[in-house]
Write a protein that binds this ligand. Structure first.
Ligand code: DX5
Ligand code: ZN
Length: 228
């Protein structure tokens, strides 16, 4: 599936809005995924948590597979699990288009990223708020996406952490300097106001759970986030 969406201006990385299904109505997962698409979402963000890497448990590959026929959206799978090297393939088989793994998890990060790419998927690398930008440096050629967590992962609905902004700027700077093409994604506490701050810092992929799924008008909210 296409990684791109509409650009704000030629040469800019495309602005992508990725509704996070974690904030949807769990009794209606399928309908919620379909609605994320009809409301204008570009990607569907799927948060996988193992109760070990983070203090919460969400869902596994079976749910991803069940949602796959419901929408054509790019499936942006965010693995908040301790051993992404052991499990990423199951999410690929379930229909993931992109898989993001954490640099802090217990695996050979380069090997996992390379394996994801060789399987024909987009590979992403996530950094927790407390993790320094330097942790990403050895992997910049190996990724299609850098995810700067703007909350401590585990739960939706948390407050945006402004102290992550310099890391987003560093990611954008390294992308420019290296002539690289990775997306810069942010995840956690994104609303219209924080979207303004992160896009000014260089982020182009906005994950939003609560802000979109709890909005009275999801279509208008997605549009607003895309246009800030
Ligand atoms: C947090 C997850 C996020 C979460 C964001 O651990 O990775 O994707 O769904 O939720 P909001 O947008 O509600 O902060
Ligand atoms: Zn996420």
């Amino acid at each position: 599936m296409d990684m791109t969406s509409e650009s704000s201006s030629p040469g800019d990385p495309p602005r992508i809005v990725a509704p996070s299904i974690l904030a949807s109505d769990y009794a209606a997962f399928g309908a919620e995924a379909a609605d994320a698409e009809s409301a204008g979402g570009d990607w569907l963000h799927l948060d996988v948590m193992d109760g070990h890497f983070v203090d919460n448990i969400s869902f596994g590959p079976g749910v991803v597979q069940a949602l796959r026929p419901v929408t054509r959206l790019f499936f942006d799978v965010h693995l908040m699990i301790s051993r992404p090297d052991r499990y990423w393939r199951r999410f690929a088989e379930a229909g993931a288009d992109g898989i993001t793994v954490h640099v802090e998890a217990d695996h050979d990060v380069s090997a996992t990223l390379k394996a994801i790419r060789s399987a024909g998927l987009k590979a992403g690398l996530a950094l927790n708020p407390a993790t320094a930008w330097e942790a990403a440096l050895p992997h910049l050629q190996e990724v299609d996406l850098i995810l700067c967590m703007t909350v401590v992962p585990g739960f939706g609905g948390q407050a945006f952490m402004r102290e992550v902004l310099p890391k987003i700027r560093a990611a954008a700077e390294a992308r420019r300097e290296g002539g690289l093409g990775y997306h810069i994604e942010v995840d956690g506490g994104i609303d219209e106001s924080t979207a303004r701050e992160v896009t000014a810092a260089g982020a182009n992929v906005l994950v939003a759970g609560t802000t979109i799924f709890k909005a009275d008008d999801r279509h208008a909210m997605i549009k607003a986030l895309r246009q800030v």
